[in-house]
Design a protein. Structure first.
Length: 49
């Protein structure tokens, strides 16, 4: 099994920084996608008020 460090490409730093220690890359990606799709639109609407 490869570590997250060995699979990171150029520009992947912010994603790795958002990954919770011990969390799989797939789980972290799903979590970040969920936040982007469900939380950020509401935050943007609130900020536009």
């Amino acid at each position: 099994m490869r570590s997250a460090q060995s699979t990171r490409g150029v520009g992947a730093g912010p994603v790795a920084a958002a990954q919770i220690p011990g969390e799989s890359l797939a789980s972290g990606t799903a979590r970040m996608n969920s936040i982007a799709e469900n939380v950020l639109p509401q935050v943007r609407r609130e900020l536009d008020r």
